[in-house]
Design a protein around this ligand. Sequence first.
Ligand code: SF4
Length: 434
Amino acid sequence: MKLLMIHAWNENETSYRGRFSGLLSYPSMTLAVLYSLVPKGMFERVDTVDENSQRVDYDSVHYDLVMISFETSSAFSGYKHCDAFRARGSYVVVGGYHPTAMRDEAAEHADTVIAGPAENSVPQFFSDFAAGCPKPFYRDYNVCMSDHPIPAREITTKKHTLGIPAVIADRGCFNNCSYCSMRTMWKSDPRPVDGVIEELRGLKSKLIIFYDPNFFGKREYALRLMSAMKPLKKLWACNATADFGYDHELMAAAYESGCRGVLIGLESLSSSSLGDARKNFRQADKYKEIIDNIHSHGMAVNGCFVLGFDSDTEEELLELPERIDRLGLDLCRFSVLTPYPGTRLYRDLDESGRITTKQWDRYNQHNAVFSPTNMTAARLDEIYRDVWKRAFRWKRIFHRMRVSPWRHNAYIFILLGANLGFKFLGIDKKYRRK
Ligand code: SF4
């Protein structure tokens, strides 16, 4: 039997595939984890396609089984592949975020839908498939994280990525932001520290990215993990929440264990909008102090902002580039508020009739797919493009280089590269031209 595994990608998102896309993209963990779950000896041939950099070929090989994972913005590409392979007689399985959130829709294109995490469901599916009795639906959130497989990174392509390996220690987050899609997909405890350390030891790269949605969310666990990481002398970056910038013990431990940068979803400079988002930390007026604190511990801050909350006004959004200058961020990025299926935000907007399109390829954080309160959707898109363009003017990039804690060492070139990446590639060019 022959198996093909695909991580589908939104065909319209060309900006991350260009010559400089490696400045922005990290390797996909999806295929590496799925591959590690394939039973040894079950298939005579196993192929993988990461559509971010590779093309799907329907005809060269006949695959008995095709497994396709996709997020919401890639759903149309994923369904296109499903239909093409089913027409050629393959058994098609779908999984990933969108099939988890939209099970019935996904089932129209696939023989089996796997919802939620793969660790238990995928091996169970393989066992049933081998026995000739695969079920139409699998879902098992009770994953024992000590059984988390070491991802088969050797099969992933580094083409069009930064080439820095990604690791996940804890997929959970206690917070409950209204737009967050993480809780739809993951409900698990952190991995045992020993297992994470073993995985890190096996990585040749000195630089590591943690994909955890909220690395410091479970404080005691994070402290234990960072203490165990110190002897490895890796340099790493992760996602954090704003309150990290008030915890000096945590910040010191992070720096000592090799953390040199954090990405924080600051989301808005308006406390009312942070309330709309149901962020735990809603004091936008404290952001400058928080960023200064993190800088004083030697770490850079990439601040992410979301445009389109109900309390957002045109005036406030248009002021963002100037106000971000005063915060002293090292890097910033923007997205349009996107109500992903499965989130509370999606349910609320859908119930009140404010979702304007379910054309999933527009759910890529570059387009308003709902009616905002204080402006039209078209005006929100316009403001988003304007803010992005002005935030990456040369003078602002150089200002960020000047205030960064990395300004005295070679990491500044990584920061410059990321700023340039966002300047030239951050928005799909198609939308930028409008
Ligand atoms: S803090 Fe981040 S990961 Fe946690 S719920 Fe909010 S957006 Fe999601």
